[in-house]
Design a protein around this ligand. Structure first.
Ligand code: ZN
Ligand code: ZN
Ligand code: ZN
Length: 143
C-alpha cells in the first residue's frame, strides 16, 4: 500500500510540481495535527520548528498549491481566518466549531446522507458546520 506521502507526491508530479522539502514539512505538519483543521498561521508555526527561517509567504503559497491540487481544503468558518485540512483519502465528515475558543472538531457522522432525490436532482456535495461551545469553554462559565 502506498503511503500518504507517496500518493501526494504522485499527484503533485502529475501536475508538474515537485515534493520539495518545504512541501514535505507542511504535509507532515498537516498529518500530525491533533486538531485536524487549523489556520495557516498555526501551520506556519509548526513548519518553522522543522525548517527554521522559512517565511510565512512560502508556507502560504505552498498551501495554496495543495488547495489547487485538491490535497488540502480551505474553508472559511464564520468570518474568521481560513482553515486548512488535509483531504487526500478523506472520509466524508463534518465539523463542530466552538464559538468561544474557535476550536474545531471533526464528527464522523452525516445526517444528510439519506437526502431524498426530488425532481431527479443529483446531490454531489454539501457542507454542514455545527456551532456551539466546547467542554472547556462551558466549564469556564464565561458563556
Ligand atoms: Zn471552546
Ligand atoms: Zn475534519
Ligand atoms: Zn455529510
Amino acid at each position: 500500500m502506498e503511503s500518504l506521502k507517496e500518493l501526494i507526491e504522485e499527484r503533485l508530479k502529475r501536475q508538474g510540481y515537485k515534493l520539495t522539502k518545504q512541501r514535505e514539512a507542511i504535509l507532515e505538519v498537516l498529518e500530525d495535527l491533533k486538531e485536524h483543521v487549523t489556520t495557516a498561521q498555526h501551520i506556519y508555526e509548526k513548519v518553522l520548528e522543522k525548517i527554521p527561517g522559512i517565511n510565512f509567504s512560502t508556507v502560504y503559497r505552498n498551501l495554496d498549491v495543495f488547495v489547487q491540487e485538491g490535497i488540502v481544503r480551505k474553508t472559511m468558518f464564520g468570518q474568521d481566518a481560513s482553515y486548512y485540512e488535509l483531504v487526500v483519502n478523506e472520509i466524508h465528515h463534518h465539523h463542530m466549531i466552538c464559538k468561544g475558543c474557535g476550536k474545531i472538531r471533526c464528527i464522523h457522522y452525516c445526517p444528510i446522507e439519506d437526502i431524498p432525490r426530488e425532481d431527479g436532482f443529483m446531490p454531489v456535495e454539501h457542507r454542514l458546520e455545527i456551532y456551539g461551545f466546547c467542554r472547556e469553554c462551558l466549564d469556564c462559565k464565561s458563556y
